[in-house]
Write a new protein. Structure first.
Length: 184
């Protein structure tokens, strides 16, 4: 079975970004991302209503990291430490060496290749440091931009589930993408 330890927290660096651990200092940015309708349009989860909701979310993520159950990074630019997005591996199935990729990005930074760069860094970490065998991503099928990010990273759509997810009084579809660790 997969053994994970995220202590010390692994900071990842790319050409343009530093992926670091989230802290309470990020509460305003997390609140924006988790409450903004345009950001959350395709994320079928309850919106943050207060800064306390955002703080509780940071605490939940931190606990998951401390327990080596999940890992999530704040996306920041090298020349600016302010959080502009989030990316992580969660719902880790240790017995199957598989985890789920999730991400979100501030609208001002979308369409600039930032998420593609972050996905590459995180999938490399997931395969090489965490020793995952496969990564999945569960997206709203209407989120064409997210599908393009995943496809550029080599993910393949494995499934399309009709009305498999109940949220906010209605049944929603899910598209499941997957990436298997490349053979060396």
């Amino acid at each position: 079975m997969l053994e994970l330890n995220f202590n010390p927290f692994p900071v990842l660096t790319t050409e343009r970004m530093i992926l670091r651990q989230k802290t309470h200092a990020d509460v305003n940015e997390i609140f924006f991302l988790r409450s903004d309708e345009s950001v959350m349009k395709y994320i079928d989860r309850p919106r943050a209503k207060t800064l306390q909701d955002a703080t509780a979310f940071i605490d939940m993520i931190t606990e998951g990291i401390n327990n080596s159950e999940t890992i999530t990074w704040a996306i920041t630019l090298k020349d600016n430490p302010v959080l502009i997005g989030s990316i992580g591996i969660w719902q880790i199935q240790k017995e199957n060496y598989r985890g789920e990729l999730g991400y979100v990005l501030h609208p001002d930074y979308q369409g600039k290749g930032i998420m593609s760069e972050a996905v590459k860094a995180v999938t490399d970490f997931a395969f090489n440091a965490m020793n995952l065998h496969s990564i999945e991503a569960n997206i709203n099928p209407e989120n064409k931009a997210s599908a393009k990010v995943l496809e550029r990273a080599g993910f393949v759509q494995e499934a399309y589930f009709r009305e498999n997810y109940y949220y906010d009084g209605r049944f929603l579809d899910s598209a499941i993408y997957s990436l298997v660790k490349p053979k060396m």
